[in-house]
Design a protein around this ligand. Structure first.
Ligand code: FAD
Length: 502
């Protein structure tokens, strides 16, 4: 097809150069037919139409794309490619721009000669003559069917993935290498809204920084209720989409975060653990009180026995009253027997014990049996604090101390407030109640630690044993008057410091 446009160099200069001296100079160096050769050999489908959209020129690439020969196309309106699948408003938008001499580009569904459809990315530019009138239109067509199919497939896969992700009850999010959320599912969004718009992944990180595998329970307070979660973080290696990384450099490390709520499971687990702890503490308490009782009985036997033995030493053995001798022998046997009955207490190793764990356990041990009319308030420390302790013995001692205080409280309106904080490298546990003042309790500025505290089955520890356990932990226990009418018991235990630990 011969183009119906002037190929003379004067005409080219007139149209293209105008009064632009630089362009004029450039055109001067070009052979006159170069423009036509460039368009002819271009791999981009190019057409030139008159103002009625009748094709007056198209290149070989255009003919190939449409399936028509160039002679079949010459003089035909461009609507020869119209497939009736492109909405009318698209053409109206196209002509709306062209009639005011603005270029237009957009996507059209075209039909080839063989009837097959393809998606064309079309750019149409009005060509203006020396008088400023539109003389022609220049069209450039790119078949983007494959690109569209790929894009659509990607979108379908994304939609499929989103549907699968949204159907999973686990909260899932993908973070980019700047820790920004790239993708999240419905459960994650719901959790974010439960957290008042805070990012769940950050909240969990702040609660327990290094929990990256399932199995570590992480507490979050959501609308005044404590809920428990586990999370797993998996690295995903991704290729950079930046043009500068086209040749394969620039890997990006994304993170897949999966968060599972496990409040019910945690509570069940905690209940079982506390039940086990209670059994072990009961056993320990029983053994300690048996030991203490036998020790007390031994002492009671030992005192008169010592007197008798001392009396016996005043006279020669031959003159010793047989009754005294028999009493001494019997007493010694009884004392030996009591000693042999003392239980062997299981050894407990020293361990790191987080104060939070200790307080949580005490709360869990006390609360189920707490009377309805009595209030128990346990304030946990706000920073992580750790003790070096024999966990079972220390928990037992504090549990018994708190049970002792609870026993003093009135059935209605009683309050036991346990407050915990750090002071001078010590864990300070302040237990304050509003129970009645015990006569003489405060006179000696110490609890009646020598009193035998027996409320029911007779298996409770004497408070002196409580004191002994706290002393064993290099701690202190003291009692004082509470401003609110009851008593305050202060327990101080040395903290395990980071440097001491290392
Ligand atoms: P038309 O009769 O063309 O009417 C469609 C709308 O366009 C109507 O609102 C009408 O008023 C308006 N319109 C039509 N012609 C003119 C005009 N000359 N001036 C002002 N308004 C007008 N179409 C394709 O389907 N595929 C293509 O690849 C394609 N490429 C094109 C390339 C160029 C350079 C140009 C100029 C046009 C191209 N077109 C293409 C548009 C094509 O000419 C038709 O407008 C279109 O195919 C719709 O044809 P129709 O017969 O269904 O409707």
């Amino acid at each position: 097809m011969e183009p119906d446009i002037s190929t003379s160099s004067e005409r080219q200069r007139e149209v293209l150069g105008g009064d632009n001296p630089t362009l004029d100079a450039m055109l001067h160096l070009l052979p006159p037919s170069l423009f036509l050769e460039v368009v002819e050999q271009s791999s981009v489908a190019i057409s030139i139409t008159d103002t009625e959209a009748r094709i007056i020129y198209c290149n070989e690439a255009f003919a190939r794309q449409s399936g028509y020969t160039r002679s079949e196309l010459q003089g035909r309106n461009h609507n020869v490619l119209a497939s009736q699948q492109t909405p009318r408003h698209r053409y109206q938008a196209m002509w709306g721009a062209l009639t005011v001499r603005r270029p237009w580009s957009g996507k059209l569904i075209n039909r080839r000669k063989d009837g097959s459809l393809y998606l064309a990315d079309v750019s149409v530019t009005p060509v203006v003559d020396a008088q400023g009138q539109v003389s022609h239109y220049l069209g450039m067509h790119r078949d983007i069917s494959e690109l569209h199919a790929l894009d659509q497939r990607l979108q379908n896969q994304m939609a499929l993935m989103a549907a699968v992700l949204n159907a999973t009850p686990m909260a899932v999010a993908v973070l980019d290498d700047n820790e920004q959320i790239l993708l999240d599912n419905l459960a994650y969004k719901t959790l974010r809204s439960d957290l008042g718009g805070e990012e769940p992944v950050w909240q969990l990180h702040n609660a327990v920084p290094h929990a990256t595998v399932f199995g570590v329970y992480i507490p979050l307070t959501i609308r005044h209720r404590q809920r428990w979660f586990t999370q797993v973080k998996l690295p995903i290696e991704n290729l950079s989409e930046e043009a500068g990384h086209y040749f394969g450099h620039g890997r990006r490390l994304f993170t897949l975060v999966m968060i599972q709520e496990c409040t019910a499971e945690y509570l069940r687990h905690e209940q079982d653990r506390l039940e086990q702890l209670r059994l072990r503490l009961d056993e320990q308490r029983l053994l300690l009180s048996i030991d203490e009782t036998l020790q007390a009985a031994s002492l009671k036997v030992r005192a008169p026995l010592n007197l008798l033995q001392a009396a016996g030493r005043l006279v020669p053995d031959s003159q010793l009253n047989p009754a005294i001798r028999a009493a001494c022998e019997e007493g010694e046997r009884a004392w030996q027997w009591l000693q042999s009955c003392r239980p062997v207490l299981p050894a407990e190793a020293w361990q790191s014990l987080p104060a939070l764990q200790l307080l949580t356990d005490l709360d869990g041990l006390l609360r189920p049996q707490w009377p309805a009319g009595v209030q128990l308030l346990v304030e946990r420390p706000i920073v992580p604090l750790t003790l070096s302790a024999r966990p079972l013995r220390l928990t037992l001692a504090l549990w018994q101390l708190l049970e002792f205080l609870r026993g003093r409280l009135p059935d209605e309106g009683g309050l036991l407030h346990v407050h915990c904080h750090e002071h001078d490298q010590m864990l300070c546990i302040r237990c304050e109640d509003n129970g009645p003042l015990v006569e003489g309790l405060l006179a000696c500025h110490s609890l009646p630690f020598n009193c035998l505290w027996q409320t029911g089955d007779g298996a409770e520890l004497t408070l002196s044993l409580v004191q002994e356990i706290i002393n064993d932990h290099r701690g202190l226990v003291a009692v004082m008057l509470s401003e609110h009418g009851g008593v305050q018991v202060h327990v101080e235990l040395p903290l395990l410091l980071e440097d001491r630990r290392s």
